[in-house]
Ligand binder design. Structure first.
Ligand code: E4P
Length: 215
């Protein structure tokens, strides 16, 4: 399973990249706005670190505009994946961009039928937003289970990128279902690494080591 960071913060990306547990990055207009920096500048810096998959979202709402933005974004770096929204215009743009060889991440997916359509038009990734479903009383993980089943039934090559992840249990459940990727905030990835018993155990080992005769 691949682990992505859902952020536009270079500091956060660099930290996880240097540890060696990061497979990719997803951004969206909200995350980019938080950084207060130019979009392309941020994208170039992320790609320069060597991150092999960096999703960058179009903001046009019509197909022509999405195509123009998508074609521009993909030229920035070979690691760029173009993010198109799950709308009729977004599906049209995805189909055309995919035919041109551009890898497209279809975002804002909230139903299994939407995921089916994204796969049919040639999306490389589909991004179901599970946290936002949980927020309104629907079990987001059920959607992941359905999409994974449908893609397996028809051998769609589209990868399931679990998005809107809020806590480590989301990652655990997604991994058990067999989702391809989970993208998460830095705080969640940190929690995957840490465990209080690891810290307590290490402190005890170091303390006991002081009692071992040296020299
Ligand atoms: C995915 O690519 C989105 O950027 C993201 O996961 C949205 O998450 P949120 O619901 O926490 O905003």
């Amino acid at each position: 399973m691949q682990l992505f960071l859902d952020t536009a913060s270079i500091k956060e990306i660099r930290t996880m990249w240097e540890i060696g547990i990061l497979d990719g990055v997803t951004t969206n207009p909200t995350l980019v706005a938080k950084e207060g920096r130019k979009f392309e500048e941020v994208l170039r810096e992320i790609c320069a670190l060597g991150v092999p998959s960096v999703s960058a979202e179009v903001v046009a709402t019509e197909t022509e505009g999405m195509l123009a933005e998508g074609r521009h974004l993909r030229e920035i770096h070979p690691s760029i994946y173009v993010k198109c929204p799950m709308t009729p215009a977004g599906l049209r743009a995805t189909r055309i961009l995919a035919k041109e060889g551009t890898r497209v991440n279809v975002t804002l997916v909230f139903s299994a039928n939407q995921a089916l359509l994204a796969a049919k038009v040639g999306a490389t990734y589909v991004s179901p937003f599970i946290g936002r479903l949980d927020d309104q009383g629907q079990v987001g993980m059920d959607l992941i289970r359905d999409i994974v089943t449908i893609y397996r039934n028809y051998r769609f090559p589209t990868k399931v990128l679990v998005a809107s992840v809020r806590h480590p249990v989301h990652v655990l459940e997604a991994a058990k279902i067999g989702a391809d990727i989970a993208t998460m905030p830095y705080s969640v990835m940190e929690k995957l690494v840490e465990h209080p018993l690891t810290d307590i155990g290490l402190q005890r080992f170091l303390k006991d080591w002081e009692k071992v005769p040296k020299g």
